[in-house]
Design a protein. Structure first.
Length: 335
């Protein structure tokens, strides 16, 4: 692909973000953009394709229900790329057309690049890097890259490729990062235990990161220092149906947990409490952690609250909009 064409595609994606008033405050809601453009959006259980662009009548975009939300988002952005860059009556896109640049026709590689710049514009990538705590990205670790991909709601590989597109990470380092599989990174974050759903995200909570927006099946890891020898233990309270505790165990401390330990725990015998939450259904949850002495009736010496919202998956979240469109179309026909 010519450099001039690459620049055109990047500008096209940026123009669309400006057109819809995107504020760079969070991940790009590609499904909302499709609705703002008054394009029909339908989710169907496609077996051999990830999505399609249909230009009959008002036109529409079809997304498969058989893939993860991240793939659905990238597919939707890819179809928007066809909508803005190309002309044609019908585009059925296979996994290779959307996810692989090897051997894909140029129009598919153009749609892939458009999707990358739409979902991961430079300003938003930089914001995600700040959230994850990355300064210089030239030696970005796999854990940091996963954190960026999670913040942007894209796949690990898509984030790596866009880092290269933007010149943030060099191609040789991208190749090294892609040798690590996302599931291995998730296990690393969760003390060697893989999430029940391999496609789910794993989040690490801390006093600085205590509010989360997730999807059902995601897991949140909380590690807090405690001194069991002195009787100081963390007690967890989670009165919610949106998430449940799957792990609550003492373990050797991580350095970051020690650095945030209350004064009463800085003496010998400091360990750590690891609590893992798994989100289960849309709604809100609140995990209250209290550091108390089991044999004392005194008030807790430390308290922290972690909060989260479990969002609807894309297909479910957008189904109501489709129903509204159908009702509006029926009312117009009747009039």
């Amino acid at each position: 692909m010519r450099d001039s064409r690459r620049r055109e595609i990047k500008l096209a994606a940026n123009r669309l973000l400006t057109e819809v008033g995107f504020d760079f405050a969070g991940p790009v809601d590609v499904f909302k953009i499709i609705r703002q453009l008054r394009i029909w959006l339908i989710f169907q259980p496609l077996q051999n394709a990830l999505g399609a662009t249909l230009r009959v009548g008002a036109g529409g975009i079809i997304i498969t229900t058989q893939r993860s939300p991240k793939i659905q988002r990238f597919t939707a952005a890819h179809e928007l790329g066809h909508w803005r860059l190309h002309r044609g009556d019908l585009e059925w896109d296979t996994p290779d057309a959307i996810l692989s640049s090897l051997g894909a026709p140029e129009r598919e590689r153009e749609a892939q690049l458009f999707a990358s710049h739409l979902l991961m514009p430079r300003q938003l990538v930089r914001r995600a890097m700040q959230v994850v705590g990355i300064g210089e990205a030239t030696q970005m670790t796999d854990v940091q890259l996963y954190g960026v991909s999670r913040e942007l709601q894209v796949s690990y590989e898509a984030a790596a490729r866009q880092m290269q597109n933007l010149g943030i990470v060099q191609p040789a380092h991208v190749r090294e990062l892609l040798k690590k599989k996302p599931l291995a990174v998730k296990k690393q974050l969760s003390s060697g235990v893989a999430p029940q759903n391999a496609l789910a995200d794993v989040w690490v909570a801390s006093p600085d990161a205590h509010k989360f927006v997730t999807l059902p099946g995601d897991e949140i890891v909380v590690r807090l220092p405690e001194n069991a020898l002195a009787g100081y233990r963390w007690r967890a309270q989670l009165p919610s149906a949106a998430a449940h505790v799957v792990t609550n165990i003492p373990s050797p401390p991580h350095q970051r947990a020690l650095e945030s330990a209350p004064g009463a725990l800085t003496a010998g015998g400091v360990g750590e409490r690891t609590v893992v939450l798994r989100t289960t259904e849309p709604g809100s949850w609140q995990l209250g952690m209290e550091l108390t002495r089991s044999f004392s009736h005194a008030d807790p010496i430390d308290e922290i609250v972690f909060q989260g919202t479990v969002a609807l998956p894309p297909a479910a979240a957008n189904s109501a909009e489709v129903i509204q469109q159908l009702r509006l179309a029926d009312s117009l026909d009747e009039s």
